[in-house]
Design a protein around this ligand. Sequence first.
Ligand code: PLP
Length: 426
Amino acid sequence: MSTAQPLSALSADQLASFRETQQTAYDELKASGLKLDLTRGKPSTEQLDLSNGLLTLPTQVNDASGADTRNYGNLQGIAELREIFAELLWVSPDQLVAGGNSSLTMMKDTLVDLVLFGGVDSPKPWRLEEKVRFICPVPGYDRHHTLLDSLGIEMITVPMTPDGPDADAVAALVADDPTIKGMWLVPTYSNPAGSVCSQDVAAKLAAMPTAAHDFKIFWDNAYAFHHLTEDEVKSADILSLASAAGHPHRPIVFASTSKITFAGAGVAFLAASPEQVKWYLGHLGKGSIGPDKVNQLRHAEFFGNAEGVITHMRRHRDIIAPKFAEVQRVLRERLGGLDVATWTDPVGGYFVSLDVLPGTASRVVELAKAAGVALTPAGASYPYGNDPQDTNIRLAPTYPALAEVTPAMEAVATCVLLAAAEKLSA
Ligand code: PLP
């Protein structure tokens, strides 16, 4: 247990001496010539190597129906791969589309189609609405925000809690405001908070009355199977919950194998009500004669079945769990008890969310950069890059080697302490 005293309880002299110690530590850090990166949530080379079996697959060219995967056709994707992921995502294979290599592209296509044409339950295309707004739980995924912004969709924030978005705050916002057309939700091990949307929160969001009749939940389950412990949580079954509540077209589920096989050459998925899948494929078909089915077939062969995916994810866990443990150890040992930061201890996903003293996140990132440690820009987890408290920093420890995580985190801790000492003595 740490015997440290909260920094705010130090006398002026003690604080001055603490600041001096941190400044010296920081100067030494700067002189040590580090070049480390904790910015992007990418799989490491060792993780990518787990899927090298794909490089010699498929062993045949025909899918289970006998169709030649090398040719055009089958916009919805091959049945055998959809069956595997339908089981894992708890959806019917008919309601699942297997697409190209990026679920983010599927999200963009869906949003663009909603803007241009309107959805299955829209009174008119969203482009004809005076204003369209989306709810973004914060902290959240920066690319969700930049995508909305690029389409002129305004963003409103609600707090992300450990159980998912603050459902009461969402319900209060959507009840009488028809301009709020949708929300993002990363239900399992959210980016960056690591939150898991509880059954209760999912049920509330599925059932809540919304002034916009075509309200959508973009259920981005990017980390559905990315467990860091043996407690492998299951995501709520949002399609069934929404259907039972009389809102079958509200959720659109996205997922991909980007962090299961190859981030740049995996397969992405979309699931929704049968009508909405038809709507999506109808628009997709204007610009595609079919996905990369050879890639889909090799993924189906590689996994064999749903259990194959689960077993494969445990190999990922063995590689990355020690890195997350190291992040916790350094944060605990260096910052514990000082009351200068709080952080998540996620049981899955790719990130640790670090909250430093309000007003110091940008300073920490700046100090780290000058010392050779790249951190995600402060504010990146907030719409418009604007963290009103300047407090949140996203840490992504999967890509660097374990031996690099330690010095990178030691450096982060030193920067947090120096920024806190500067702030408190200002
Ligand atoms: N959604 C979330 C929440 C993510 O964190 C990421 C990648 O970091 C993606 C989607 C990207 O998914 P894909 O590689 O399938 O486009």
